[in-house]
Design a protein around this ligand. Structure first.
Ligand code: TYM
Length: 352
C-alpha cells in the first residue's frame, strides 16, 4: 500500500453476546478497515464494562466469549492488534492526566451519565450499580483509549458519536494548554448506524434486552423475529424514496426494525419487493418474518461454526492477547511519556 496507513481504534464492552447493532454499527467496519490494510487496534473494554457489570463470575468468561466471536466474525489477530483494555494499564494513567483538565460540567452533559441519572431519579432501585465516579469519567477513559494510540478514525455506531466528540474536545483542550501533543481524531461520520431494537425501541442494546445476536441458533432467531410486534395497522408510505434511513423511521416500531434488518441482509430486490407489499397494504408479515429469519440464520451459521472451531478456544485467545498486548504497549507508553513531559512531570524514571 503506497498511501500512509491510517490508525484505527475501537472497542466493545464484554457485557453479553455480540448483537446485530454491534455488528452493523461497528464490527463490519472493523473488518473492512483491517482488510484495507490499515493499522487497526481493536480491544475489549473490560474497564468500561465495570460501570454496568454486577455479576463477577461471568465477567472473564464473557470477555473470552466476545474475543472468540470477534475472531469468528473475521477479525484476525495477525492483521489487527486485538487486546483487552485492562492489559494496557497505562491507559488508566493517561485517563488520570486527562481528567485533570476535564471540567465536571462537561462530563455531566454526557448522555450515558444523564440517562443513568434520570433512571435513578425515577426509580432509585432500578440499577445494580451506583452513579459512580467511574461512570462520570467514562468519556475520559474512552478519550484515553483513543488518544493513546494516536487514532485517526474511530469506527463506532451512532450512539457513541458524542463520546468520540468529547475525546476530540479533550485532546484539543490538552494541546491548547500544554502544546501540540495529542492527535485529534476525525469525528464520527454522518452515516454511522443506530439499529433499532426488536421491541421497536430506538436502539438495540444488551441492557435493553431487545437484541438479535450473532450466535443465535435458527430456532431462537425465528422465535425472536416472530415475537416482533407488527399488529399496528400498516400505513401506506407516501414517500418516493426506498432508502431505509428515510422510510424506516416512518414505520411503526417493530415493523421498522424488520425492514432495516432485511435491507442489511437480503438482496435489494427482496427488500424492494417487501417495501412494495407495505405500500400496497398487503397481508404479509408472516412471510416477511419467515424470510428475514432465514437470512439471519444464514448470516449467523458460518459465524457460529467458526466460533466453535478447534483453535478458537480460550487458550488460543489468551495466546494472541499476550502477543498483541506486547505490540500495543510500547506505542501507548510512548504517548503517556510524551503527555507526562508536556505537563511538566517529566519522564517516568522506573520505565527508563
Ligand atoms: P458498546 O459495547 O456499547 O458497543 C460496541 C459498539 O457497537 C455499537 N452499537 C451499535 N451500533 C448501531 N446500532 C446499535 N443498536 C448499537 N449498539 C451498539 C456501538 O456504537 C459501539 O461502536 N464506550 C464503548 C466502548 C468503548 C470504545 C472506546 C469505543 C470504550 N472505549 C474507545 C470506541 C473507542 C461502548 O460502550 O460500546
Amino acid at each position: 500500500m503506497s498511501e500512509k496507513r491510517e490508525v484505527i481504534l475501537s472497542g466493545i464492552r464484554p457485557t453479553g453476546r455480540l448483537h446485530y447493532g454491534n455488528y452493523f454499527g461497528a464490527i463490519q467496519h472493523f473488518i473492512r478497515l483491517q482488510d484495507e490494510g490499515q493499522c487497526c487496534y481493536y480491544f475489549i473494554a473490560d474497564y468500561h464494562a465495570l460501570t454496568t457489570i454486577t455479576e463477577r463470575e461471568d465477567f472473564y468468561g464473557q470477555t473470552i466469549e466476545m474475543l472468540r466471536t470477534y475472531v469468528a466474525c473475521g477479525l484476525d489477530p495477525e492483521k489487527s492488534v486485538i487486546y483487552r483494555q485492562s492489559d494496557l494499564p497505562c491507559t488508566a494513567e493517561l485517563m488520570l492526566l486527562l481528567g485533570m483538565i476535564t471540567n465536571i460540567g462537561f462530563l455531566e452533559r454526557g448522555t450515558t451519565y444523564k440517562d443513568k441519572l434520570t433512571k435513578l431519579q425515577e426509580d432509585p432501585k432500578s440499577e445494580g450499580n451506583p452513579l459512580s465516579y467511574g461512570l462520570l469519567g467514562y468519556p475520559v477513559l474512552m478519550a484515553a483509549d483513543i488518544l493513546i494510540v494516536r487514532a485517526d478514525k474511530v469506527p463506532v455506531g451512532d450512539d457513541q458519536r458524542q463520546h468520540v466528540e468529547m475525546a476530540c474536545d479533550i485532546a484539543q483542550r490538552f494541546n491548547s494548554r500544554f502544546g501540540d501533543t495529542l492527535h485529534v481524531p476525525h469525528p464520527v461520520g454522518r452515516d454511522a448506524l443506530r439499529l433499532p431494537g426488536l421491541d421497536g425501541a430506538s436502539k438495540m442494546g444488551k441492557s435493553e434486552h431487545n437484541t438479535l445476536d450473532l450466535l443465535d441458533e435458527p430456532e431462537t432467531v425465528l422465535k425472536k423475529i416472530r415475537g416482533v410486534e407488527t399488529s399496528t395497522d400498516p400505513l401506506p408510505l407516501e414517500v418516493e424514496s426506498n432508502d431505509p434511513d428515510i422510510i424506516v423511521p416512518r414505520m411503526p416500531g417493530g415493523v421498522g426494525v424488520l425492514y432495516r434488518l432485511l435491507h442489511l441482509l437480503a438482496p435489494e430486490e427482496v427488500y424492494l419487493d417487501f417495501v412494495g407489499k407495505y405500500r400496497r397494504k398487503e397481508k404479509f408479515y408472516g412471510t416477511l418474518k419467515q424470510t428475514l429469519a432465514e437470512y439471519v440464520s444464514a448470516f449467523n451459521a458460518p459465524i457460529i461454526e467458526r466460533y466453535n472451531a478447534p483453535g478458537n478456544d480460550e487458550a488460543s485467545v489468551c495466546d494472541f492477547l499476550r502477543a498483541n498486548a506486547k505490540q500495543v504497549t510500547p506505542v501507548a507508553l510512548n504517548m503517556v511519556e510524551r503527555c507526562r513531559a508536556a505537563i511538566g512531570i517529566g519522564h517516568s524514571l522506573y520505565r527508563a
